[in-house]
Write a protein that binds this ligand. Structure first.
Ligand code: ADP
Length: 163
């Protein structure tokens, strides 16, 4: 039984993340999406909101579950007996940061290997930050996020604008 984790902030989940989720899920018996509950990153969506959105978009994938975690990602992986950590790579700019994290994680826990999935070209420009930027100016984000979460994202920005 091979368990993999796909950790991230997912603030909010994008079509790029969903693409990585679907592809990773095919490579392991069980994929756990780990939602980092790190207030230092000052996320727009609460950890519970991010978990709920990920559950809504991954509900049809039978071997995928979603959990919140804090602390070290490798500790979370260890506690779930995961041996693979998935990360996505969009551009060379991701590479330097990601390789440093992967090597640190490997030093902390040699039993876990990081597997990088290169982004599908059509999502290579997509990030949670881009989604928030466009949505904050009232732009159309339907091409960027799974449609299941569109109402939640629009509602969040409506609330922010009315404050
Ligand atoms: P973090 O805060 O840990 O970087 P993110 O939610 O921003 O979390 O991203 C989680 C993972 O998904 C990272 O490995 C990131 O590189 C990857 N990722 C983000 N957007 C895309 C995309 N459009 N295509 C492929 N991978 C992506």
């Amino acid at each position: 039984m091979i368990t993999g984790i796909y950790p991230g902030s997912f603030d909010p989940v994008t079509l790029g993340h969903l693409d990585v989720i679907k592809r990773s899920a095919k490579m392991v018996d069980h994929l756990i999406i780990g939602v980092l509950n790190n207030s230092a990153k000052r996320p727009l969506f609460s950890a519970q909101e991010r978990v709920d959105m990920l559950r809504a978009v991954s509900g049809e994938l039978a071997n995928v579950s979603v959990e919140m975690f804090d602390g070290l990602t490798v500790e979370f992986a260890r506690s779930r007996n995961a041996t693979i950590m998935f990360r996505g790579l969009r551009a060379v700019t991701d590479f330097e940061y990601e390789i440093q994290i992967a090597q640190t994680n490997h030093a902390l826990m040699p039993e876990i290997d990081t597997v990088f999935l290169t982004t599908s070209v059509k999502y290579s420009y997509l990030s949670s930050s881009i989604v928030k930027e466009v949505a904050s100016y009232g732009g159309d984000i339907i091409k960027f996020v799974p449609e299941e979460i569109l109402p939640a994202v629009l509602e969040k920005f409506k609330t922010i604008r009315s404050v």
